[in-house]
Design a protein around this ligand. Structure first.
Ligand SMILES: [Zn+2]
Length: 198
C-alpha cells in the first residue's frame, strides 16, 4: 500500500509497539488522524516527557515520578518481605491483587543466554545489600513460569542460600475458571506439586 510519506512514518512508528502488526498500525494511524490537533499534541507531549518524568527508584527499581517511590517511602509497607520481579510492570500486576503489603525488588530482566542476559545484567548487588541493611526475613520470587523464569529463580535461590531468609516462589496452578480437560500437562503437574491444604 502506497501511503503519503508522513502517514507511512506514523504506521512504521506504531508497529514498534508489541503485538501491533501492519493492519493494527494502519487502523491506529487513521484513527489518530481523526483526533483534534490539541489531543495529538497532548499525546506527543506525554510520550516525549515519559523518560524525564518517570525514573527507576535507585533502591527497588520500581517506576516513580517526582513524588518519590510509592513503595520504599510508604510507612504502610512491611519492609521484612521483598517480592522479587523481572520488570517494573510486574509490580503493578501484584499490586492489583491487593494481597501483598511488602516491598519490591525489580531485577531488570530474566537470565537468557540467547538474549545475552547474564547475571551481571540483574540488580543482584542491590538486592543483597537490601537484604542485609533492611533485615529482610522473606523473599518471594515472582518470576514467569518459563524456561528463563525458572532458570532465574533457581539462580536466585542459589545466590541467596547463605542468607537467613525464607525463600518462596509464587505457586503455579490452574487458571481461574478452567476445566482440567483444557489444561496442559505441564501446568497440571505444577499445580499438583504446588498443592496446598484444603
Ligand atoms: Zn523504591
Amino acid at each position: 500500500m502506497r501511503y503519503p510519506d508522513h502517514l507511512s512514518k506514523i504506521i512504521q512508528v506504531l508497529k514498534r509497539l508489541p503485538g501491533v502488526g501492519n493492519k493494527s498500525a494502519e487502523r491506529f494511524a487513521f484513527h489518530l488522524l481523526t483526533w483534534p490537533e490539541e489531543q495529538l499534541k497532548e499525546l506527543g507531549a506525554v510520550v516525549a516527557s515519559a523518560k524525564e518524568q518517570l525514573k527507576h527508584c535507585s533502591s527497588c527499581g520500581c517506576l516513580m515520578d517526582s513524588a518519590g517511590c510509592l513503595f520504599c517511602l510508604s510507612p504502610k509497607r512491611n519492609p521484612n518481605i521483598l517480592c522479587v520481579l523481572a520488570s517494573p510492570k510486574d509490580v503493578f500486576s501484584i499490586e492489583e491483587t491487593h494481597s501483598y503489603d511488602g516491598l519490591y525488588h525489580v531485577l531488570g530482566g530474566l537470565l537468557s543466554p540467547l538474549e545475552r542476559m547474564g547475571p551481571e545484567h540483574l540488580s543482584l548487588d542491590m538486592l543483597k545489600e537490601r537484604l542485609v541493611h533492611h533485615q529482610v526475613k522473606e523473599v518471594v520470587i515472582a518470576l514467569d513460569s518459563t524456561l528463563e523464569g525458572d532458570a532465574t529463580a533457581l539462580f536466585l535461590k542459589q545466590e541467596l542460600e547463605n542468607y537467613p531468609l525464607q525463600i518462596s516462589r509464587l505457586a503455579f496452578g490452574l487458571p481461574m475458571g478452567s476445566s482440567l480437560d483444557y489444561v496442559d500437562g505441564g501446568t497440571l503437574a505444577r499445580a499438583l506439586s504446588g498443592r496446598g491444604d484444603f
